[in-house]
Design a protein around this ligand. Structure first.
Ligand SMILES: Nc1nc2c(ncn2[C@@H]2O[C@H](COP(=O)(O)OP(=O)(O)OP(=O)(O)O)[C@@H](O)[C@H]2O)c(=O)[nH]1
Ligand SMILES: [Zn+2]
Length: 358
């Protein structure tokens, strides 16, 4: 790290501040323009932003195609905000909750030509803040308020190219029903994002393939015992198998809702109650099917000293990801538990659309 950052925040630290600002509804200075997340925007701030010039709404191509708006910038669309548009109009464009009840939002006019990277960067930031992927952009006043977090579009766009480094924070013995010889390790990423956990069972031999599971957080399944997915039974079954073998490692990755966060996952569930499947619901919200960063699992396994695994999963993408990131998967061990009448359609969609092996 160069000397100029030793006192002030580094680009990574400013990015993390920007995420916090967007969650609070505070604008961020993004390459000289102001960007704010629609989800957390207050009516007062909207009026203050409107006074600065024409407003542009950045949404993803997924959301734009649901809204039947023209997309000229591949993965994003820049919608001109009409002078009389209020917060309700903006929220309705960002949030699909009422799409079926109020289908016509348009006509929507999209900007064409010019640079879309700013819109792309604002969306990337909103997603990493686990907000709806919709942001408002406007010219910044000159001079811009000095206390706003300042980042460049390039910094926001390239942040995910740099793999996170993880520091082991603490570890202690946790005897579990499934396995008495349990140890929980906490890892903290250097970019201020979520911590992730590793549960080590027994004392796995690092020179041999370890029975491993990469489990993505599912509050509803893991904690509430929700029947809408198979996560809770998968978690129990994985720990039980490791307990029987006397050795294993389960990574508990805090990537709730395939990386969109619990609030957005509940929005997706609400759309599923309106008849959309799990993939369609993500798309209508403006997300991809799966927004998880699959490199984290490989990084943590390496950090723990593992290079070969017998991976408990039905998801071939996880096998590919580990192999691409330097972990040898000597065997895929299926994990088929927890099917119920509530999740039969969900599991069928995952097999059809996401390549899971049923
Ligand atoms: N966005 C969204 N996320 C969901 C939904 N149902 C479950 N999840 C999340 O999906 C993640 C689990 O992903 P799965 O696809 O079940 O499993 P996987 O981890 O990819 O594959 P396996 O290793 O076979 O379990 C968890 O983070 C859950 O919170 C849903 O309907 N929408
Ligand atoms: Zn689940």
């Amino acid at each position: 790290m160069s000397g100029e950052f030793t006192l002030g925040p580094s680009p990574t630290e400013r990015l993390n501040r920007a995420r916090a600002d967007l969650r609070m509804g505070v604008p961020v200075l993004l390459s000289g323009r102001l960007a704010v997340a629609v989800e957390t925007l207050s009516p007062e701030r909207l009026e203050a932003l409107r006074a600065l010039g024409p407003l542009v709404l950045a949404i993803t191509e997924r959301r734009a195609s649901t809204l039947k708006a023209r997309v000229y910038d591949a993965d994003v669309a820049r919608i001109k905000v009409p002078a009389d548009a209020d917060l309700r109009w903006l929220r309705a464009l960002a949030d699909p909750a009422d799409d079926l009840r109020v289908p016509m939002k348009g006509p929507l006019e999209a900007l064409r030509g010019g640079d879309a990277d700013l819109a792309r960067a604002a969306i990337r930031l909103a997603k990493s803040a686990q907000l709806l992927p919709a942001a408002l952009l406007v010219e910044a006043p000159d001079p811009a308020p000095a206390d706003l977090t300042c980042i460049s579009a390039e910094e926001a766009l390239t942040a995910s190219d740099i793999p996170q480094a993880f520091a082991p924070v603490s570890a202690a013995r946790v005897p579990m029903r499934a396995a008495e010889a349990g140890r929980l390790h906490i890892f903290r990423p250097d970019d201020g994002a979520e911590e992730h956990y590793a549960i080590e069972i027994g004392q796995p031999d690092r020179s041999k393939p370890v029975l491993a599971r990469l489990h993505s957080a599912c509050f509803t399944g893991d904690v509430l015992g929700s029947l809408k997915c198979d996560c809770g039974p998968q978690l129990d079954a994985a720990l039980t198998m490791m307990g029987h073998e006397g050795a294993g490692v389960l990574l508990y990755l805090n990537q709730e809702g395939r990386g969109i966060g619990l609030a957005n996952k509940m929005r997706a569930y609400s759309l599923q109650d309106q008849g959309f499947d799990t993939v369609e619901a993500n798309h209508r919200l403006g997300f991809e099917d799966d927004e998880r960063d699959f490199r984290i699992g490989a990084a943590l396994l390496k950090k723990l000293g593992f290079s070969k695994v017998r991976l408990l999963t039905n998801n071939p993408a996880k096998v590919k990801m580990l192999e691409a990131n330097g972990i040898e998967v000597v065997e895929r061990v299926p994990l088929k538990v927890g099917m119920s009448r509530h999740n039969a359609a969900y599991l069928a969609t995952k097999a059809e659309k996401s390549g899971h092996i049923l």
